[in-house]
Design a protein around this ligand. Structure first.
Ligand code: HEC
Length: 199
């Protein structure tokens, strides 16, 4: 791993850290102390109470890269699929087989001393720190717990790179609610290996 030039990165990192602290504080405020205690359940939209997605520990080495793109000036996004998901090369292969896992990784970009994002030999912007992993997994009878927001047989979780939660299953209704808009024709997947959503 390449070491970034610390001085040039300081202002950037400080912003990121502040964002993270804010996110953490928000997560702590929003998360009930014990799962299933019903304290916040009344105001929450229905969502799974247990994690059937699972932290994909070795995604970076074992999964196939399906798509990469740069998000603004700061971040690099990489979408990975496990072997099941990687079988799908386009719309004609849909739906995804059960057991498919899609991981959308967001990473901060490495910057050189001029603040310009540094590119590797492959022409891609180099990644510094992985910030979070959006993960969706398909399975038989998955997604029922989302009720009317169900996005097909998928369940959603957002992890930090250490496997802790950014969006635990019980708070993941918003994920399903938005992915349902990708539509059944796309198996509720926006891009991954698929062409862009038609305008
Ligand atoms: C407001 C809408 C919205 C919400 C909320 C949302 N997503 Fe997405 N998601 C998208 C869009 C749009 C893309 C496609 C990004 C791209 O490739 O350009 C995407 C991509 C993904 C992908 C890659 C596969 C695909 O569909 O292209 C995964 C995995 C994913 N999201 C998981 C999640 C998880 C987990 C959550 C909740 C923590 C979540 N999403 C919340 C809109 C949303």
């Amino acid at each position: 791993m390449l070491t970034p030039e610390p001085q040039a990165h300081f202002p950037m990192n400080r912003t990121v850290r502040r964002d993270r602290i804010l996110l953490l504080a928000m997560a702590l405020l929003a998360t009930p102390m014990s799962a299933g205690d019903g304290v916040s359940a009344t105001s929450d939209k229905p969502a799974p109470s247990s994690d059937r997605v699972g932290f994909p520990k070795e995604y970076a080495t074992r999964f196939t890269v399906l798509r990469t793109f740069d998000r603004g000036e700061r971040q690099v996004v990489t979408v990975y699929g496990n072997a099941e998901a990687a079988q799908v090369k386009g719309m004609t292969n849909l739906p995804f087989p059960d057991g498919s896992i899609l991981v959308m990784e967001t990473a901060d970009a490495v910057r050189d001393s001029n603040g310009v994002r540094r590119k590797g030999p492959d022409g891609r912007v180099e990644k510094e720190t992985v910030v979070g992993l959006h993960v969706m997994r398909r399975g038989p009878d998955f997604g029922v717990a989302y009720g009317t927001n169900r996005a097909g047989p998928w369940e959603f979780v957002e992890y930090r790179p250490d496997g802790s939660y950014l969006t635990p299953p019980a708070k993941s209704a918003a994920c399903a609610e938005c992915h349902v808009k990708a539509g059944r024709d796309r198996d509720y997947v926006y891009r991954g290996p698929l062409p862009p959503v038609a305008p």
